[in-house]
Design a protein around this ligand. Structure first.
Ligand code: FEO
Length: 401
C-alpha cells in the first residue's frame, strides 16, 4: 500500500501500474508508471485527481484504509486526461455528496467524457479562487496546455504543497518510496526526459508560462500525477523541465537512421566514427526501424546535435524516419545542429524530403550527403567532409550558448 503522509494532513494515495505495456497506447513503460492521487484531510476532505479506470479499486482501497467511513467532500480535477480522470464516474457514485471541483473547461470535459452534467455536483473555479477545508486552504491556478487546455494546478497554502498535474511528472512506477528522499531518484530523473519529450514536448511555451507562475510560490512539496513527490530535489526536476521547455540541449549527438539492407546504416556507423575521431564523446545511434520511437525522441530532444539518415523508399522517406521527423516537427524542436544523409538506388527522393522537413522546422542544415546504392571512395570522402562541417557548426553553436 502506497499510502504516505507527505506533510501533516496531506497524504499520497496513488497507485502503480506495472501491467500497461504502452502509455497512451504509444509509449513503452519498461519501469511502469504511477498515477498519483492525494488526500488533503481537514474538517473537509479533498481528493486531488483520480487514477486510470483499471486501477480505480486500488485507489478506493487506499481511501478506505485512510478515511474509513469518512466521505470525500471534494474531488479536485487538475487534469482530464483519462489516466487521471478515468475513475471519476465510479468515485462520483461512491460518494454521492462529493462536489467535483474544476474550471469551466474541466466541467465541460467531464460532461463529454463521463456524461456527468448535474450542475449541483460541481464547484466551478477560476484562476486564483480558493477553497477552505478548515486549517488548510486550496488555491487553484490555471495552467492551460500543461498538457491539455483545462489543466490547472492546486496550491495548499499553509504547507506550501503544489499539486501540479503532469508537470514535473516522470515515467516509472514507485518502488516503495514516494517522496524523493525516500527513493533512488536517478531512474525518475532519467525517465523525466522521456516523459516530457514524449507527452508534453509540444507545449514548451505553456510549460514555461506555468513554471513562471507557480515556482515563485516556492513550493516545499511538488506533487505531480506521475513519479515521485519532489521535496529535497525540486531544483533538479525543475531544472530538467526548464531546460526542455526552453529547448535547451545537453552536449551530444543523436544519429537516427533507417536502413533496409545495411548500406545506409554503414554511413551512420562511419559518421559516428568520424565524429568520435574529432573528439565527440556522447554519440548515440538509433535504427528507426527497430528502436522504440519513444527513446529516440527523448535523446533527440535532449542533445544538441542531430543527424538523420534515410534511404529512398517508394519515392519518399523510409517510413520510420518519416515518423521520427514528424515527431520532431510536431514538438517544434529547435536549436539543434542538424545533419542529413540519404541514399537511393535509381532515383533520389529521401534527401529532398529530409531537407523539406528541416526547412519547415527552420533548422539550418550544417552538413548533408547523398549516396547511390552503397559506400565507395567518394562516399568515404563525403563522410569526412560532412564530419568536418558538422563538428564546426556544433562547436560554434556551443560557444554561443
Ligand atoms: Fe498524465 Fe496528460 O495525463
Amino acid at each position: 500500500m502506497n499510502i504516505r503522509e507527505i506533510t501533516p494532513q496531506i497524504f499520497y494515495v496513488g497507485v502503480n501500474d506495472r501491467t500497461t505495456v504502452r502509455f497512451e497506447s504509444l509509449w513503452p513503460l519498461p519501469a511502469g508508471v504511477s498515477y498519483n492521487s492525494y488526500i488533503v484531510k481537514d474538517k473537509k476532505t479533498a481528493l486531488i485527481d483520480t487514477v486510470e479506470l483499471g486501477e480505480a479499486y486500488a485507489l478506493f482501497g487506499h481511501l478506505d484504509d485512510l478515511l474509513g467511513d469518512t466521505p470525500v467532500d471534494y474531488l479536485v480535477v487538475n487534469h482530464m486526461e483519462p489516466d487521471h480522470s478515468g475513475s471519476i464516474p465510479l468515485l462520483a457514485a461512491r460518494y454521492p455528496q462529493m462536489k467535483i471541483v474544476g474550471n469551466r473547461q474541466t466541467v465541460a470535459m467531464i460532461g463529454g467524457f463521463y456524461h456527468i452534467d448535474d450542475p449541483d455536483r460541481f464547484i466551478i473555479v477560476a484562476d486564483g479562487d480558493t477553497l477552505p477545508l478548515g486549517d488548510r486552504t486550496l488555491r487553484f491556478l490555471l495552467t492551460p496546455m500543461v498538457h491539455w487546455p483545462e489543466t490547472m494546478m492546486t496550491f495548499e497554502e499553509s504547507s506550501s504543497t503544489l499539486f501540479t498535474g503532469d508537470a514535473f511528472g516522470t515515467f516509472g512506477a514507485l518502488n516503495g518510496g514516494v517522496v524523493d528522499f525516500e527513493t533512488d531518484i536517478e531512474l525518475y530523473l532519467s525517465e523525466a526526459y522521456r516523459y516530457y519529450s514524449n507527452i508534453v514536448g509540444k507545449y514548451g511555451k505553456f510549460v514555461v508560462r506555468a513554471m513562471n507562475k507557480v515556482l515563485p510560490l516556492a513550493p516545499k512539496y511538488i506533487c505531480p500525477t506521475h513519479g515521485p513527490v519532489w521535496h529535497e530535489h525540486i531544483d533538479r526536476i525543475a531544472a530538467i523541465y526548464d531546460q526542455l521547455a526552453n529547448y535547451r540541449s545537453d552536449a551530444g549527438v543523436t544519429i537516427v537512421y533507417g536502413s533496409m539492407y545495411g548500406n545506409t546504416e554503414a554511413v551512420a556507423e562511419a559518421l559516428a566514427s568520424a565524429l568520435a575521431a574529432r573528439g565527440e564523446k556522447h554519440i548515440r545511434l538509433f535504427n528507426a526501424g527497430k528502436d522504440e520511437m519513444s527513446f529516440i525522441i527523448s535523446e533527440a530532444f535532449r542533445y544538441d546535435g542531430l543527424i538523420v539518415g534515410s534511404p529512398t523508399y517508394s519515392m519518399t522517406l523510409f517510413p520510420p524516419v518519416d515518423t521520427f521527423m514528424k515527431a520532431m516537427k510536431t514538438r517544434e524542436v529547435s536549436g539543434k545542429t542538424l545533419g542529413l544523409f540519404s541514399s537511393f538506388t535509381w532515383s533520389a527522393a529521401a534527401g529532398k524530403e529530409l531537407a523539406a522537413y528541416a526547412e519547415q522546422m527552420n533548422l539550418p542544415v550544417a552538413a548533408a550527403l547523398e549516396m547511390k546504392q552503397s559506400m565507395n571512395d567518394d562516399t568515404a570522402k563525403a563522410i569526412e567532409d560532412f564530419a568536418d562541417a558538422f563538428i564546426l557548426a556544433l562547436r560554434k553553436s556551443r560557444e554561443q550558448k
